[in-house]
Design a protein around this ligand. Sequence first.
Ligand code: IYR
Length: 239
Amino acid sequence: MMTVWSARALGVETLPARCIPYHIERRSIEAMHATADALLAHMRTRRSCRFFSDEAVPRDLIEKLIAIAHTAPSGANRQPWRFVAVDDAALKHEIRLAAEAEERISYQHRMPEAWLAALEPIGTNAEKPYLEIAPWLVVVFRIDWEMLDGKRQPNYYPFESAAIAAGMFSMACHQVGLATLTHTPSPMKFLREILGRPVNEKPFLLVPVGYPADDCVVPDIPKKPLDEVLQWNKCQGAI
Ligand code: IYR
């Protein structure tokens, strides 16, 4: 027996003051499987790219991909994110120099041995040429508080919200055939300074976007099997 829940049956008083109807077009289970299978196969080809072509990507395409990211859910619908799309060569150069300066300190002094060892299979180092080569750098800022009605108001779950939006952005890029890297030079304060953003915007993720270079390679590293990351209901084994 299928229960059809009705918002009204659950109590009119629980509904927010202003509501609009919400429907998703009903599809067959077969159609849903077909979509999921195709999406899974395609997403399994997504990789973090560190060798970009300098081929241009149209600005209006980047705008649409950011519009897609901006459909993300957020705490209290505060949309605590700012996307800064950079294709200006001088700015990209400045960002590269600042990122490399931080990364050099990180690789030489800040990252413990265990972290460096974990990165060994990925083969990263402090050199970040892709920050200039990729046609676009999309910098995601997270907004922890805002001035609303003249008062400093916190946003809610800004980290989670910005992370969901950033994830949707990288998925959207892959869907249309563009490569990304979710890059986190640390610390990233320089991005706020270089890009002239206000103090309440915290750099969250730096995402180069473009086509992979013709001779692009990626590390040969697998994903864990699904049963290591998915548990149904309660774990039966000892913890
Ligand atoms: N931010 C550095 C180091 C780095 C850290 C992690 I965790 C990675 O998955 C990859 C790199 C860098 O970009 O090189």
